[in-house]
Design a protein around this ligand. Structure first.
Ligand code: F6P
Length: 322
């Protein structure tokens, strides 16, 4: 790619650390002699001309901030052949030679389509869900897990005081990774995830009764969003065990807050890598973490991969939470 102008946008659900990735793209791009345009509100910005020229100072004081300074959206209009064409025309009119897209797999599909219309794209996995098959890590996951852990720690205080069972839903869409990791970290008696079939009697009630028999009096059950139904689960537990139970849906608190060190560092590395890829002439690539290293993979190939849930870690969780 000629050293000209690139654009950066954040798309889909926001994630802590997105700002660190934007910052890295802006700083790395400018330091390598490129102009960098920030696109507001995801692909919508390419349809509405909602863009801003970035300079080194545009991203000052953002590495520590949650959310995304570029704003984000899930664009319905962009997800049509006309929308993609319009966005590509706009990129050409701006002289944008490449776009860095920070988001989840829906955003990656948008990037693949834009690339097919002649605008080279490189994606960065940014979602709290950790549900991108081609990358072991997605920006925001660490912060979200830590937030979930802190929130459940608070819930545990009151569950303990009242000898109750707390059934807590954490985010993750169809992915159980936040539930698994946060569940281990809070010592949950049961963790329910969409990747592992469960039976409430066997996997929740029996485990509660078994631990109660050893003297435990309060219980945390962590449920992934992809399983859901925490109110019903809490009612079931109360009916079957006689233990007073409460349900909590943690919700969007998990999407906010200052990113952890891990999210800031991985985002910085991924943003830097995305710029290097565009400069090298690469396109239709996802920056990914594989075997603990930052690398890249074709978007289409990445999208066709299937996520592998860590069943071994799940088994460890079950073995030690009794
Ligand atoms: O993808 C991130 C995520 O927070 C999921 O965990 C959740 O299912 C979804 O986004 C919620 O989306 P919204 O913010 O549109 O309600």
């Amino acid at each position: 790619m000629a050293k000209e102008k690139i654009a950066v946008l954040t798309s889909g659900g926001d994630a802590p650390g997105m700002n660190a990735a934007v910052r890295a793209v802006v700083r790395a791009g400018i330091n390598k002699g490129l102009g960098v345009v920030g696109v507001h509100r995801g692909y919508n910005g390419l349809l509405n001309g909602d863009v801003v020229e970035m300079n080194l100072r545009s991203v000052s004081d953002t590495i520590n901030r949650g959310g995304t300074v570029l704003y984000t959206a899930r664009s319905k209009e962009y997800n049509t052949p006309e929308g993609v064409e319009k966005a590509a025309r706009y990129c050409n009119s701006l002289g944008v030679k490449g776009v860095v897209v920070i988001g989840g797999d829906g955003s990656f599909r948008g990037a693949r389509d834009l690339t097919a219309h002649g605008v080279p794209c490189v994606c960065i996995p940014g979602t709290i869900d950790n549900d991108i098959a081609c990358s072991e890590y997605t920006i925001g996951f660490d912060t979200a897990m830590n937030t979930a852990m802190e929130m459940v720690d608070k819930i545990r205080d009151t569950a303990q005081s009242h000898d109750r069972c707390s059934v807590v839903e954490v985010m993750g869409r169809r992915c159980g990774d936040i539930a698994l990791q946060a569940g281990i970290a809070v010592g949950a008696t049961s963790i329910l995830v969409p990747e592992i079939e469960h039976d409430l009697e066997r996997d929740v009630v029996s485990r509660i009764l078994a631990t109660q028999a050893t003297g435990k009096k309060h219980f945390i059950i962590v449920v992934a969003e992809g399983v859901g139904g925490v109110e019903e689960i809490a009612r079931f537990v109360q009916e079957r065990t006689g233990i007073e139970s409460r349900a909590t849906v943690l919700g969007h608190v998990q999407r906010g807050g200052s990113p952890t060190l891990r999210d800031r560092v991985v985002a910085s590395m991924m943003g830097h890598k995305a710029v290097e890829l565009l400069i090298s002439g690469a396109s239709n690539r996802v920056v990914a973490m594989r075997d603990g290293r930052i690398t890249d993979i074709d978007i289409t190939e990445g999208l066709s991969m299937e996520r592998v849930f860590d069943k071994n870690l799940y088994q460890i969780a079950m073995d030690i939470s009794i």
